[in-house]
Write a protein that binds this ligand. Structure first.
Ligand SMILES: *Cc1c(COP(=O)(O)O)cnc(C)c1O
Length: 367
């Protein structure tokens, strides 16, 4: 609960809906607002009129990126319900699992990561080492069914031994409490617009994985009265996230907010209200595309460090739209969702051979 002294640091969503501050557990894990900035070199190169970035790469002082905003609500809920452990899922190099490991450890929670095999990459090795350094218990399996089986086994073991089961966090923390983190992010953006930091964007480009980020933004922008349109650029196969999933997640999150504060506006969404950009994915999750390689290089001119799995693909969509003349006279905001904190000092203390053996292959056969 926010103290009187904390009013200044109160989340913008809580200022707008004070009842939520009383009903929704929240633990601050970052300094807000995250900075915004103008990308003037890229504006010139891409012949655009107005291009800005939202620096969510700088959430969290140890490890940033978009998952921190979600975990502030999800982990706070785990603590409020007296859980001691959290369990979550991801691919082997999951930013989400890593962010969960780091944030859980900061809040005194033990974390368990159930990970699925994926193509190897440099960031994957870094994330695994950081998760391990944060005290996470790591498991690797080949498919989703085996992860579910393992979850039941872990739960049963805990139940029998300690009568305590871990709070299960879905992939990407994309469940209503987590997604509220991005509803708040839209209110935060509104405050920055009102202060004159940036003009109100016409378009906001953001990655679509488990969908909490873009769904939370869509809800928050509407509730905050901003007219910015979210452009969800998919980084996963349609079978994983499609329009239906976004719509369901939108509805359940609005219901969740209304349940916690009946004054939160009711709102609905249909397939006509948004379009998923799925032509920048290439062959699949974490598989590089030529266009994203080019995007990563180009973005460096304005000091942006992007990645091949998420932000490079999102930026390649932005570049492509700009080159087709679709972004003329538009104010465009690129939402940077990728951690940019340097974790090398933390992970240099870990030897990969300390990790469970199943993970060694990522270090012994690089790419
Ligand atoms: C998880 C992630 C996304 C996708 O966010 P979702 O809320 O899962 O859709 C985008 N970018 C990066 C860097 C991520 O780690």
């Amino acid at each position: 609960m926010p103290s009187k002294a904390g009013i200044k640091n109160m989340l913008p969503l809580f200022k707008a809906y004070p009842r939520l501050a009383e009903t929704l557990p929240h633990r601050l894990l970052s300094d807000y607002p995250t900075p915004t900035g103008r990308l003037s070199k890229l504006e010139q190169t891409l012949n655009m009129d107005s291009l800005y970035v939202k620096r969510d790469d700088l959430t969290g002082s140890t490890y940033g990126g978009n998952k921190i905003r979600k975990l502030e609500f999800v982990l706070a809920q785990a603590l409020a319900t007296n859980r001691k452990e959290v369990l979550t899922y991801g691919f082997a190099g999951s930013n989400h699992a890593t962010a969960t490991a780091v944030a859980a450890s900061a809040l005194g929670l033990k974390s368990i990561s159930l990970l699925m095999d994926q193509p190897n990459a440099g960031y994957l090795r870094e994330n695994l080492l950081l998760s391990y350094a944060s005290g996470a218990e790591l498991h690797l399996r080949e498919d989703w069914d085996s992860l579910q089986k393992l979850t039941r086994k872990i739960k049963l073991k805990r139940l029998v031994r300690a009568r305590k089961i871990p709070r299960v966090i879905p992939p990407g923390a994309s469940e209503p409490p987590g997604t509220v983190g991005f509803v708040n992010a839209a209110f935060e953006l509104k405050e920055q617009i009102e202060k004159g930091e940036l003009p109100e964007p016409d378009l906001i480009f953001a990655g679509l994985g488990t969908s909490g980020t873009v769904t939370g933004l869509m809800i928050g922008l509407r509730a905050a009265g901003l007219k910015s349109e979210v452009i969800p650029v998919s980084v996963v196969l349609k079978s994983f996230t499609d329009e239906k999933r976004v719509i369901n997640h939108f509805k359940e999150t609005v219901r969740f907010l209304k349940k916690h504060d009946s004054s939160f506006p009711g709102m609905d969404i249909t397939e006509d209200d948004f379009k998923i950009y799925d032509e920048y994915l290439g062959e699949g999750y974490a598989i590089q595309t030529e266009k994203s390689r080019e995007a990563i290089k180009l973005a460096e001119s304005d000091g942006l460090i992007l990645d091949g799995t998420y932000t490079g693909k999102v930026f390649s969509a932005l570049i492509d739209r700009a080159r087709r003349g679709k972004l003329k006279r538009k104010t465009v905001l690129f939402w940077n969702t990728k951690n940019s904190r340097d974790v090398s000092r933390i992970i240099e203390k870990v030897n990969y051979t300390d990790l469970p053996e199943a993970f060694h292959k990522y270090f012994e056969h690089e790419e």
